[in-house]
Design a protein around this ligand. Structure first.
Ligand SMILES: Cc1cc2nc3c(=O)[nH]c(=O)nc-3n(C[C@H](O)[C@H](O)[C@H](O)COP(=O)(O)O)c2cc1C
Length: 195
């Protein structure tokens, strides 16, 4: 492998692409597309999103200190792109995209009913990093479409047709697993009878 050296940049790949709903104190709801997001703690469950201060969503999240991360499916990719290139300052994106808002369990900001998974988040801290501010938030409740949960309670994200973002393009996720957590050290069944 012959490798080229690049100056430091944001090339971590692949990254999720999500729709974040937010609301201002007047009850107006907005949605934007976010790729700079991640899981940052298991207990308590915490996530982060990085948002530029010029976004309308930034103002809304600062105001109410709440947001919902909604995971979009492949059939929503054009809407995902639209919500990432048009500001709520110009267009009511919820209306324009025909999204159905669904009441949340623990926070005032609603989720997008068309998404299989939604995570209700309350902001715990905001860190100014440069171009973006990092919102660190606790996940208070999650809504998951029953159609992707099997009879044993296992969630099958592979059936949610999720998408990822890589270097300016959207990609579908494969629907077949290529390994299971811990399989690399799992012993083979050695109970075969010796002859
Ligand atoms: C794929 C994709 C990912 C994006 N990720 C982010 C992000 O992580 N943070 C951010 O501030 N803006 C991001 N944007 C840009 C915002 O979604 C975009 O500026 C949006 O129009 C802002 O909407 P608002 O002003 O209604 O909040 C992304 C856009 C796209 C298309």
């Amino acid at each position: 492998m012959s490798k080229m050296i690049f100056k430091g940049s944001t090339i971590l790949n692949p990254v999720p692409v999500v729709l974040v709903t937010s609301m201002n104190n007047a009850g107006e709801v907005n949605v934007l597309t976010i790729a700079w997001t991640g899981t940052i703690c298991t207990r308590p469950p915490m996530v982060s999103i990085s948002v530029r201060p010029e976004r309308l969503s930034y103002d809304y999240i600062k105001e109410t200190e709440e947001f919902v991360i909604n995971l979009p499916s492949r059939n929503m990719v054009k809407k995902v792109d639209y919500c990432g290139v048009v500001s709520g300052r110009k267009v009511d994106k919820i209306k324009e995209m025909g999204f159905t808002l669904e009441k949340s369990e623990k926070i005032k900001v609603p989720s997008i009913a068309e998404c299989h998974v939604s995570m209700e988040c309350r902001v715990k801290d905001v860190v100014s990093l440069g171009s973006h501010d990092l919102f660190i938030a606790e996940v208070l409740s999650e809504k998951i479409d029953e159609s992707i949960i099997d009879k044993n309670g296992k969630i099958h994200f592979e059936n949610a047709d999720l998408i990822t973002y890589s270097h300016g393009e959207y990609f579908p996720l494969p629907d077949k697993s290529i390994g299971k957590f811990g399989y690399s050290i799992k012993k083979h069944n050695v109970n075969k009878k010796r002859k």
